[in-house]
Ligand binder design. Structure first.
Ligand SMILES: [Zn+2]
Length: 408
């Protein structure tokens, strides 16, 4: 099949490729260019555009389509503007050229994570406006910076601002993951990130001797205990086909520090762990477990948190919940399969959920390998365009959810 020229390309695909070429790549994203692009979209769609600078140079852009009943809470469609770095030498095509091959695959950093979703929101809104539709609830599209490095100068600050309160978000959509099967993944919760540094202290001395009570022996005990826990969780996941990765707690030993010379037994050694704690785990009990593991290793073994998320929230996924009912009904109507899961890593949804806004993580990509943060990140144009159709059905359903007790 010959490559389609831009002249017969779907205009939504052309717009997507244009957005992919903006280099919002960490660690120095060109946010100015992204904001200018979004302002232009707001102008084209006759939407109001608000820019909220949450930190110097870090702008949250909010495009708003007002609903017919301003008394109701709004629908918030969130996407982040930044993308992760690339190893260009491992790519088949320049990751910032938005190359499209003859089969229709668009290559580029952000094709899956998550510039596709930003353009799908915009194009679904455009289509609905062209059709002359209007809905009771206001639709806000928020385009946030900094997500790929934790959202600390993005959504985390934005949710604390009066401008966020003024949006009166009743429900939010944010990013999900591709699904290689026929089904679409939707994420209703996330695991909590706990970065833990265990420090072990003991007797120092000459490297030729059998020193008693060394830091290394005790650290070894803690590492063994935690890796045994890891193996238990891994087996729990493997032995149950109904369990998805996000439903169990993962941990990896990611750092080892200590020692000054080969012939000196060090007085201090430390190990760093990246825990991802499943949302159904009692966090207080889990922290006590960490204490107990350290204590069992011997005197002088302590731990500290480098990062600790303590507000895991679960967005309801039962049909008695009006948001879930509206969301899931669209998939039934379109004869599409949904798989509800817990997100294995973190997204900006955690900040929204912690503020009491129910949020679902959803990126409409089925039949697509999960390539976020990977080399040759790509998306087929047909899958991309199908995603616009899905949002063009989802937005009317969500923005028409009748008055809820929480609206007052
Ligand atoms: Zn993302």
């Amino acid at each position: 099949m010959a490559s389609k020229g831009p002249e017969d390309e779907h205009p939504s695909v052309t717009l997507f490729r244009q957005y992919l070429r903006i280099r919002t790549v960490q660690p120095k994203p060109d946010y100015g260019a992204a904001v200018a692009f979004l302002e232009e979209r707001a102008h084209q769609l006759s939407l109001s555009c608000q820019k909220v600078e949450v930190a110097p140079g870090f702008v949250v852009t909010v495009l708003t389509w007002p609903g017919t009943n301003p008394a109701l809470s709004s629908i918030l469609l969130n996407s982040h503007t930044d993308v992760v770095p690339v190893f260009k030498e491992h790519w088949s095509h320049d990751p910032f050229e938005a190359f499209k091959d003859s089969d229709g695959y668009i290559y580029g950093r952000g094709t899956q994570d998550m510039k596709c979703v930003s353009i799908q929101y915009l194009e679904a809104v455009r289509r609905l406006k062209v059709e002359g539709r209007s809905f009771p609830r206001t639709i806000h599209m928020t385009f946030v910076p900094d997500e790929e490095v934790g959202g600390h100068r993005g959504m985390e600050l934005f949710v604390q601002r009066p401008e966020f309160q003024a949006l009166r978000a009743g429900f939010a959509l944010d990013e999900g993951l591709a699904n290689p099967t026929d089904a679409f993944s939707v994420f209703y919760s996330e695991r909590s990130v706990w970065w833990v540094r265990v420090t072990s202290t003991g007797k120092p001395g000459h490297g030729s001797r059998f020193i008693e009570d060394t830091a290394a022996e005790k650290l070894h005990k803690v590492v063994s205990t935690i890796l045994a826990f890891r193996e238990k969780e891994r087996q729990r996941l493997q032995s149950n086909p109904h369990l998805k990765e996000g439903a169990v707690t993962s941990v990896n030993l990611t750092k080892l520090e200590g020692g000054v010379a080969y012939n000196v037994v060090p007085a201090t050694m430390s190990a760093g762990f990246d825990f991802r704690v499943a949302p159904d785990v009692d966090l207080k009990a889990f922290e006590e477990q960490l204490h107990a593991w350290c204590q069992a290793a011997g005197e002088g073994v302590t731990f500290e948190f480098v990062q600790k998320w303590t507000k895991p929230r679960v967005t309801p996924t039962d049909d008695s919940d009006p948001w879930w009912a509206a969301f899931s009904q669209v998939f039934k109507d379109m004869n599409l399969t949904l798989e509800a899961e817990i997100f294995p890593a973190t997204t900006d949804s955690r900040y929204l959920r912690a503020m009491g806004v129910p949020a679902l993580g959803f990126s409409p990509m089925n039949h697509t390998p999960v390539l976020l943060h990977d080399h040759d990140e790509r998306l087929h144009e047909a899958v991309f365009l199908r995603g616009i159709d899905i949002y063009a059905h989802l937005l009317p359903a969500l923005a028409s959810v009748p008055t809820l007790p929480s609206d007052n």
